[in-house]
Write a protein that binds this ligand. Structure first.
Ligand code: SAM
Length: 455
């Protein structure tokens, strides 16, 4: 959910007297804002403050614990001990009067009580949290605050009343394109690793449905994975694949018979998407349930909940959505060479207009917020020791090969990209490829999915 939606949700929680929920969510945003202010400020402030901040980070966190793992209390201590907030404010010519009036100690105490003592916040306490969120965002001009995208920080802003916080821009769709031989080959390989998970979800989704079901693949690319999955189930007499990429749809259509398989261009985020989608799925039989498959689609769109709502509203009751996603940060390795995996994943997350690299963990909440209630989650671990050497090479291709591409696209689009970072990423990837070939190396990734019913 983007920042605007999150704040709207907090206000809704307040209006419905869900004060503890509102206070907890505000606390989470404050925590996030502190982390992002840290990341933004550390390269801008004077050397003395930077040294103080780095020393405070390792003192507070102890060995191996960075600010990513800090609690709100620890984050605040870090800022207080290093005067980072003040130095950052100065570097942005921003006044911090309103920030200085916030009693962070009291907020942290309250948050700890809510978390550890089941304390229930009252209206005034929840308001205090929300006010803190608004003040921090406005003071530092934070416009977007997705865990999945970079925080956008405007230039200098002066402090004024919290109600004048400008509406933040929406998260943008990724610049990803599936068309291109290399990426399409990678998708097929990726699909083969995720096949067991998909088949389990398809079996679960089809259980109890009548004999003839319409299948739809949203974000079908060139239709290879579509065919592989749906053709295993004779219940799908008719399958429609849709994608916004016309090159992909042309490739998919070129090898389809036009009877069981049908591929069409449709951007599921367009303003007219709901109507078009409804026409597509209802033209057969208004009552028959439909099974919609979406693999690695939601992590690319700007507003996943909106897409899920479109489907829920357009599909007949009893229909199912089968969704597969991923989450970079459910990945583990051993040995971990000086945080190399973290660096590679961090670079992917930082790339401008990258896909949501933490989408897997959000899938359940997004479905729930889109109004689905019958939701079954699925997870499938991929473990390198269980794979052959060829499979481990393939796993490298799926998981790592594409990680330079968003940066290269960013360069093409005229974004400023750090040459050193890019070189470091290249080198880390070369090393990773060697490690994945090593039979003694341990790597774990998790495929995540959900089946939800339209009720
Ligand atoms: C990562 S690929 C996944 C392809 C395929 N589902 C698979 O798992 O192999 C994402 C696909 O979603 C498509 N896509 C992204 N945004 C879309 C949108 N708004 N509407 C329709 N398709 C979209 C892309 O063009 C791309 O083909």
């Amino acid at each position: 959910m983007n920042l605007e939606d999150r704040i709207a949700q907090i206000r809704e929680d307040m209006a419905s007297q869900r004060y503890t929920t509102a206070a907890k969510e505000s606390g989470a945003i404050v925590e996030f804002a502190f982390r992002e202010i840290y990341r933004r400020s550390i390269g801008l402030v004077d050397d003395r403050t930077r040294m103080k901040a780095l020393a405070a980070e390792s003192k507070i966190g102890g060995p191996g614990k960075g600010i990513g793992a800090f609690t709100l209390g620890q984050l605040y201590s870090l800022f207080r001990e290093s005067d980072l907030l003040v130095a950052y404010g100065q570097s942005m010519s921003t006044q911090l009067r309103a920030i200085k009036m916030i009693n962070f100690d009291e907020l942290i105490r309250l948050r700890n009580r809510m978390q550890h003592e089941l304390y229930e916040a009252d209206r005034l306490e929840a308001q205090l949290f929300l006010h803190c969120v608004e003040t921090m965002l406005e003071t530092f001009g934070i416009l977007t605050l997705n865990a999945d995208s970079q925080v956008a920080v405007e230039g200098a802003q002066t402090v004024s009343s919290p109600s004048s916080v400008p509406p933040p821009p929406k998260r943008e769709a990724s610049t990803y394109r599936a068309s291109g031989t290399q990426e399409l080959e990678r998708l097929i390989l990726q699909g083969s690793f995720q096949r067991p998970l998909d088949l389990r979800m398809f079996e679960y989704a089809l259980d109890g449905l009548e004999s003839s079901v319409l299948g739809v693949d949203v974000g079908c690319a060139d239709g290879e994975v579509t065919r592989d999955r749906f053709e295993r189930f004779p219940q799908f007499e008719h399958v429609i694949g849709i994608d916004k990429d016309s090159e992909c749809i042309a490739a998919a259509s070129a090898v389809s018979d036009g009877q069981r398989w049908n591929f069409q261009v449709l951007d599921i985020e367009n303003a007219d998407a709901e109507e078009k989608f409804r026409q597509l799925v209802l033209r057969q039989d208004e009552e028959s349930p439909v099974v919609v498959f979406m693999a690695f689609l939601l992590n690319h769109v700007a507003a996943p909940i909106r897409v899920l709502r479109i489907l829920r509203s357009a599909l007949p009751k009893g229909s199912k959505v089968v969704i597969r996603s991923g989450d970079d940060f459910f990945t583990h390795e051993y040995p971990d060479h000086a945080g190399r995996l973290k660096f590679i994943l961090g670079m992917s997350e930082k790339a401008p207009r990258a896909a949501d690299r933490r989408h897997g963990r959000k899938l359940y909440g997004q479905l729930y917020r889109a109004g689905y209630r019958r939701i079954r989650m699925f997870a499938d671990p991929i473990l390198s020791p269980n794979l052959s050497e060829t499979e481990r090479r393939s796993l490298y291709k799926i998981w790592f090969d594409h990680r330079l591409a968003p940066w290269e696209r960013a360069l093409e689009n005229g974004n400023q990209v750090s040459v050193e970072d890019l070189q470091a990423l290249r080198e880390a990837l070369v090393e990773y490829e060697l490690d994945m070939e090593d039979p003694a190396f341990f790597f774990l990734a998790v495929g995540l999915g959900a089946v939800a019913e339209v009720s």
